[in-house]
Design a protein around this ligand. Structure first.
Ligand SMILES: [Zn+2]
Length: 227
């Protein structure tokens, strides 16, 4: 809440805090809405996928093990600390985190600038990456929201290899597609992360359409970035 401590006509001084203000309840509600919308759009099925958001500089909440993203409640989020590399033990007596918690943990570790990680199983993006086809950026929105897309080989669910290979790509990209599995998309807000995830699947659909029409090379013109 803003305080009115400045004197009339004076310059209001803003106190700088090291950590941004994070409203955990509001952020969890945003993730609940993202989960419902993502399932409605077919970007993930059944209990696949998981969502997380930072609640402090050194902790995040992630969807609990076995949750369905279109049925989330505020109780379905487990707290995990960045200091905990291995156990994923829930803190504060909450539920057990998703088996994919390391994917989120490693992402927050390598990207101190991000606040949200969205992991979904978008079909067309995963199919293109799995068959070795590049997902091309074709529209202004693709170029703006995605910028670039990383791809990782297949590793089994919940492994260090999966989490570490995705994190390595996240050093260079905000969107990573893990072959034969899903995507990991990051941003400095829940809303931006979800817009990126939607644009990733849109770029994959557009690429698939272009391929069906016989086009194998067109991409968004770089010089239009500043038009
Ligand atoms: Zn997954």
């Amino acid at each position: 809440m803003l305080s009115e401590s400045g004197t009339a006509g004076g310059t209001a001084e803003v106190e700088e805090t090291a950590e941004p203000v994070r409203d955990r309840d509001r952020l969890v509600q945003e993730l609940i809405e993202v989960g419902r919308d993502a399932v409605g759009r077919g970007l993930v099925l059944a209990s696949g996928g998981n969502l997380s958001v930072r609640i402090s500089d050194d902790a995040f909440v992630v969807t609990a093990s076995g949750t369905w993203l279109d049925r989330l409640t505020a109780e379905d989020f487990a707290v995990v600390t960045l200091a905990d590399d291995e156990t994923g033990a829930p803190v504060q007596g909450g539920p057990k985190p998703s088996s994919e918690w390391k994917l989120h943990h490693r992402a927050y570790r390598v990207r101190p600038d991000i606040e949200c990680v969205i992991h979904l199983h978008p079909r067309q993006a995963v199919v293109l990456a799995s068959i070795g086809r590049e997902i091309r950026l074709l529209t202004l929105d693709h170029a703006y929201y995605l910028k670039s897309i990383g791809v990782t080989p297949f590793f089994h669910n919940g492994t260090d290899e999966l989490a570490d290979s995705a994190a390595a790509e996240l050093r260079e990209h905000d969107c990573v597609v893990m072959r034969h599995h899903g995507c990991s998309v990051v941003a400095d807000s829940v809303s931006m992360a979800y817009r990126r995830a939607l644009n990733l699947e849109d770029a994959a659909q557009a690429t698939a359409l272009a391929l069906q029409l016989g086009d194998t090379s067109t991409r968004f013109p770089d010089d239009a970035h500043h038009a």
